[in-house]
Write a protein that binds this ligand. Sequence first.
Ligand code: TTP
Ligand code: MG
Length: 390
Amino acid sequence: MKDKGRIIFHVDMDAFFASVEQRRNPRLRGKPVVVCGTPPRTVVASASYEARAFGVQADMPLFEAMRRCPGLRYVEGDLHRYTVAFLRIVGILREYSPHIEVASIDEAFLDMTHCRLFFPSPIRAAEDLKRRIFDELGLTCSVGVGPNKLIAKLASSRGKPDGLVVIEAAEVPHFLDNLPVGQMWGIGPKREAALRSLGIRSCGDLGRFPANLLKKRIGVWGERLHRMGLGIDESPVVPLGKEPHPKSFGHYVTFPQDSTDSRVISGFLLRLSEQVGRRLRRNYLQGKRVTLTVRFSDFSGLTRQHTSQDPLKNGKEIYRLAVKMWDSLGDKRPVRLLGLAVSNLGRPSNQFPLFSWQSQLGPLWEAMERVNDKYGEFTLTWGSLHQSPK
Ligand code: TTP
Ligand code: MG
């Protein structure tokens, strides 16, 4: 394969949450099953392929899924269970390449370029890896093999479920020509419609469309999309343990209505502090500098920074400082937006994660956080990882 001879695998578990539940409960196997939050007012997180045959899909309200598929079984999700299962999968993947990037709660990239000595045939290695995961966890996955992460990911979704799709560098143009543009990363229904109006239907069309024109029509993303349409992606597989830690964590909130009420303002400051604090904790970091951003109803704004002598470790500490910073502003204009960021980050010397790689699971955390935000009832701490899977 060209692309500087890289060989990249993308491994994505099939109907992950639902499959874990089917594995756990044999009565669910071969049946339409969804994993969701607490019924009845919840949405589908994962649908088994049996359920998908009835048009059930992720993000669909549960009642709609039940309407489409009478006899559908649902299981309230347990994020702890899925995380434990995926960490076992990561353990297997690590035996194939030390260069693994955990991309979300059920997918990972492997750079197999330098593993040729051990695995002369990438296809054999991919087959073997699939078999290992199935034998040890009873779960199927889809593997895409390509000259870069973009092509590998597109290939794995092409093969779903239980697929193995290999795209050599020379086959990339043909592969992209046959791929609807909506399947490209970052192209949702709205953007797809905008591209269609320009006559762009396949990913190949995207690559052929002049970059400058695309940029004019759809903005800064245009250039990036053009390169993606050509199948170009030079981004490296960033292995576990090698990610640089972020420089800052920040959150913003736009008020539902402008306010001068100090209780409303401190309420939002508390929420922002907790959000930032949670990200610090889950990355095993602490920070010293707090940046407060305020926008007023007249759209003017200001930013204040304060560096604390002692590192800030949690939401409470951040909140205390943020309130002081707000009070010292003494500005009485109605506020429309608040932002809070913590920078000058470092790792506390006395609080290392149990295993070094645990501190590097940022994308996994991000994915779990997204699910947690969506289904508040799922809660997870690293401590719980030390229980065996149920
Ligand atoms: P996906 O890999 O997107 O979906 P999947 O594994 O269920 O199915 P596929 O075979 O198409 O890969 O997401 C992985 C898990 O993330 C999924 O099992 C549940 C969770 N998830 C949500 O909680 N909400 C969502 O909207 C999506 C898409 C996924
Ligand atoms: Mg998946």
